[in-house]
Write a protein that binds this ligand. Sequence first.
Ligand code: GGG
Length: 364
Amino acid sequence: MSQASKLLVLPGDGIGPEVMREVAKLTQWLSTARGLRVEIAEELVGGASLARHGVPLRPEVVTLAKEADAVLFGSVGDPNWGHVAFDKRPEAAILGLRQALSLFANLRPAQVFPPLVSASTLKPEVIEGLDIMIVRETVGGVYFGEPRGIETLPDGTRRGVNTEVYTTPEIERVARVAFDLARLRGNRVCSVEKCNVMESGLLWKQVVSALHEREYPDVQLSHMLADNCAMQLVRNPKQFDVIVTGNLFGDILSDLASMLTGSLGMLPSATLGAVQENGKRHALYEPIHGSAPDIAGQGIANPLAQILSFAMLLRYSLKREDDARLIEQAVSNVLASGLRTADIMSEGMARVSTETMGAAVLQE
Ligand code: GGG
């Protein structure tokens, strides 16, 4: 019998634990009904860890993440810790994990489930069949570049500084992920930066172009400025197949793309490291939404992005494509049956709680 896969579950803050509970039920069912063998460890991160341990991410948790076959992450963020130094904020947990495990490629698929098309404020022909993969670089760029900080100048003026930095290898490795993915999909990559005003953007464009010429001439490559890309995503999103971009633009553009699919509560993600010699790679799966403190504890959060993140985990880390599809189909069926959490509610549909939505997916 094969060894059980090690999963590290990190629910985090706000709605994180609420939506993660719905995944736990699916894991349990897959274990009894479909032979999934997992050893699960659960730990606190973010504001929850700050409150208990005084830090957002303990070294023990990083070690567990390194030893795990996959990490399933909820969301971090807690306004009670918004004023403290950056390394003491809840968000330092997710940024710290990405860095410690070198999780450089964040895959954010924006797909529209057919039952949500008619409820969109966008014309059906604009979003019907939409299937974009945004590949966001996650361990470089302005989120990590030095110098950073807030300083007070001699005249008392305060100055906030962040620095956008990218090196050739950082750009190449994330672009490779995008080109490889494109070959399995529509064979098109759009590389997004701001080369007209940023040196890091100019280097990004040059490196992606050179890699394309050297190793991926069969893939269709285009380049777009980030501001134009935001506009094009709203105007004609189906022109895109794979988008590859830096940390900040990827964060913003994928939130924008999520609204094409109906809600931020619908979008899962996978963040992958490099393939190691043993063929394995570190990987972390999380919804793209945050901890949503404004609705935490009310039982109304949409658990589907967390559930779909678990499906990505089954697909990419545990190689259980059939189970991943089963979950995705169950989500589609539940939406077709008319159940909606508040964020995707529309006329004539049945508004349900987090728990009822999770139970309905399990039932399917
Ligand atoms: N599940 C996503 C999450 O927890 N987001 C909180 C956050 O601040 N993330 C920063 C980032 O994704 O770069």
